[in-house]
Design a protein around this ligand. Structure first.
Ligand code: NAD
Length: 254
């Protein structure tokens, strides 16, 4: 897909991996709608990115808000690309240190945001793309964000791992489901990326995380995620696949 001139939406686009993707898309000439929480820095980053970026405040777990943000994205033209980055983790142990069973509510919240949110991104994004004429034999492409935790969940990551493994599981199924509409779906499974979340870590903790990456021995640059998301959108033969972006890291149990 040629990115120049298309309308693209990026959820979680106000920060971290989403913001890096929005930057790359703007640079490639796309009209970009950043969809993020009203409390995010979305308005500031959209104005910094210039005229081809706009911010639409929405909680993607709310279908009406998500739909309204996608409507706004379509004011810039038919939606051709959706990069879904909104997500977060939660720390729960199956049996907590005080002997109580792990809480149910944070598990449900993370599944709601990460997994059901990704299902919403797929169905709401694809239904729009399916209505448009194909360009160069495709109507659109959707990129989801999993994590290496989908494959090597660490202690305390039960909810996060379940949600991200669900995203990996949906990827091929979604690509098959949307094949007749000429819409592609891929997922990126990042390792440890240098986003604002990591910026708050102590220097020694950060150093030990860097040492755990085989090569290159550093955290991932969000720009590397943005570049891969754009590569996926651009390359018509990439479909139904989850790509690890992780410097060959394999997470230890803790
Ligand atoms: N940073 C990492 O090391 C890493 C590694 C693996 C996977 N990931 C995944 O990448 C994605 C982005 O992570 P990040 O590090 O860029 O985080 P981040 O916190 O910098 O950005 C996430 C953005 O999502 C937005 N968001 C959260 N809930 C939302 C909601 N309900 N509706 C709309 N927007 C919402 C936040 O406001 C924020 O701007 C997440 O899905 C995360 O699980 C990150």
């Amino acid at each position: 897909m040629r990115l120049e001139g298309i309308s693209a939406a990026v959820t979680g686009g106000a920060s971290g991996l989403g913001l890096a993707t929005a930057r790359k898309l703007v640079k490639a000439g796309a009209a970009v709608t950043i969809i993020d929480l009203p409390t995010s820095q979305g308005a500031e980053v959209a104005s910094e990115l210039g005229e081809s970026a706009r911010f639409e405040a929405a909680d993607i777990t709310d279908v009406e808000q998500f739909e309204a943000a996608l409507d706004a994205a379509e004011e810039a033209g038919p939606l051709r690309a959706l990069v879904h980055c909104a997500g977060r983790g939660a720390r729960i142990r199956l049996v907590e240190k005080d002997g109580r069973p792990g809480a149910l509510e944070p598990f449900e919240d993370v599944i709601q945001l990460n997994l059901i949110g990704s299902y919403n991104a797929l169905r709401l994004g694809a239904a729009r793309m399916a209505k448009h004429d194909a360009v160069d034999d495709e109507r659109g492409a959707i990129v989801l964000t999993a994590s290496v935790a989908a494959f090597e969940g660490q202690i305390g990551q039960i909810a996060y791992t379940a949600s991200k493994a669900g995203i990996v599981g949906m990827t091929l199924c979604a690509a098959r489901d949307l094949a007749s509409k000429a819409i592609r779906v891929c997922t990126i499974a990042p390792g440890i990326m240098d986003t604002p979340l990591l910026g708050r870590l102590r220097e020694d903790v950060r150093k030990s995380l860097e040492d755990s990456v085989p090569s290159p021995k550093r955290l991932g640059d969000p720009a590397e995620f943005g570049a891969l998301a754009c590569n996926i959108l651009e390359n018509p033969y990439l479909n139904g696949e989850t790509i690890r972006l992780d410097g060959a890291i394999r997470m230890a149990p803790r």
